[in-house]
Design a protein around this ligand. Structure first.
Ligand SMILES: Cc1cc2nc3c(=O)[nH]c(=O)nc-3n(C[C@H](O)[C@H](O)[C@H](O)COP(=O)(O)O)c2cc1C
Length: 214
């Protein structure tokens, strides 16, 4: 994980990339562009999480540990949650999430799903109440850069955007802006040009952490 710290950051950014490729990745280019645009607006600190490098899957040890009360966990149960704990802390510490979402087989890449599975923790990032589940990551802003070859954003075969939006909302992150870089094969370079223009026009004055600091 690379982290760039500003001396007095106003905005703590967590950038999550998921494309299996680095060279030529449109989502990496565009998440970088969002981060650069934010950095031109305010002092920022940037934490990068490249989930394509490997995120563990939920397994029996993880489930056993996650559903054992924190103060009763054995050393091995704590160890089973150590990566999940670190990923949760990264999200908790962020004011803004910038997430690159390539469409893989009509959904999100498996690595991004694995990251969500590590971050969604009962009692930590959401909890169940008599009125239903409550997300515990409120007050953050998320930018999603969604790319595809042919699947149109929010079309009936786009299972990536609505799912990730729902999942973030479940965790309390309801302020989500989606940048559309879909249909790159279908419409060619216009898909990227439109996404770059959209990023250049983003109004960051509505980012909660910046409003609070103003
Ligand atoms: C393994 C794989 C699966 C893909 N599945 C789909 C798909 O189901 N629908 C689609 O429209 N594009 C699909 N694509 C195209 C990608 O969404 C597209 O190339 C996107 O730009 C990838 O993001 P990137 O540029 O950051 O790598 C797939 C690409 C790969 C490599």
């Amino acid at each position: 994980m690379k982290a760039t710290k500003a001396s007095n950051p106003v905005l703590r950014i967590l950038r999550v990339d998921a494309s299996g490729r680095v060279a030529g990745s449109s989502t990496r280019e565009l998440t970088g562009r969002v981060v650069d645009a934010l950095a031109a607006t305010a002092p920022v600190s940037v934490t990068r999480r490249d989930v394509s490098r490997g995120i563990p899957f939920v397994d029996a040890a993880w489930i056993d540990a996650a559903y054992t009360p924190e103060d009763s966990r054995s050393d091995s149960q704590q160890a089973a949650l150590s990566v999940s704990d670190a990923l949760v802390r990264e999200v908790q510490a962020a004011d803004v999430l910038v997430i690159g979402v390539p469409t893989y087989n009509f959904g999100v890449p498996a690595a991004l799903k694995a990251w969500v599975d590590m971050v969604a923790r009962a009692g930590v990032t959401f909890r169940y109440t008599a009125d239903g589940p409550v997300g515990l990551l409120a007050g953050k802003k998320a930018y999603l850069v969604v790319a595809s070859g042919g699947v149109g954003m929010n079309s009936e075969i786009d299972f990536a955007t609505p799912w990730l939006r729902h999942m973030l909302g479940f965790l309390g992150i309801t302020d989500v802006e989606v940048i559309d870089a879909t249909r790159q094969v279908a419409i060619g370079e216009a898909a990227l040009e439109n996404a770059r223009s959209r990023i250049d026009e983003l109004d960051f004055s509505r980012v909660p952490a910046l409003r609070a600091a103003a």
